[in-house]
Design a protein around this ligand. Structure first.
Ligand SMILES: [Zn+2]
Length: 167
């Protein structure tokens, strides 16, 4: 009941991912329609329902421009799981404050980068210039495109691709 279900707005724009339980509630209450099943059925004592993979809201909803939440995971994803100093695709990455916090550096998209432990250790509490290092890219907030927001679910939900592409 907690598998992710892709929620489309009435115009088919992907807007959210919710649980099977919530999706089924929306369908049963007439607020959304099933777009893609593909996962069999859910049986209750008296009825069975298709187990949704994608649903679409019947009424168009307005919402603010989506933003990517600032988390360690999202910083690593923005940086392609690559150390932004040496370029290594390290199995374990840390988050580096480009301008160290003690020098007034903020916890913000433009001051956080993925760094391998050895680069992070080498840089220490110094600025990039002081440490004589270089950033591969200057960090900024990722655009919250539909593809960016939902593509990480594609690994487990290939069938979502046609609904995510092109927005
Ligand atoms: Zn590194």
């Amino acid at each position: 009941m907690y598998e992710p279900v892709l929620v489309l707005n009435a115009n088919f724009e992907p807007i959210n991912v919710c649980t099977t339980r919530r999706a089924l509630g929306l369908v049963i209450n007439g607020k959304a329609s099933l777009v893609l099943n593909g996962r069999g059925e859910i049986h209750t004592v008296t009825q069975s329902y298709p187990r949704p993979s994608i649903i679409r809201l019947d009424q168009m909803i307005k919402r603010p421009r989506p933003t990517v939440r600032l988390t360690k995971r999202e910083v690593l994803r923005r940086d392609d799981f690559t150390c932004q100093y040496c370029g290594h695709l390290a199995p374990y990455l840390t988050i580096d404050h480009v301008i160290p916090r003690r020098l007034g550096g903020q916890h913000s998209w433009d001051n956080l980068v993925a760094a391998c432990p050895s680069c992070n250790h080498h840089k220490g509490g110094r600025t990039v210039e002081q440490a004589q290092m270089r950033l591969l890219h200057s960090p900024k907030e990722p655009a919250a495109s539909v593809y960016y927001m939902f593509s990480r679910h594609l690994v487990d939900n290939q069938a979502w691709l046609p609904f995510i592409e092109g927005w």
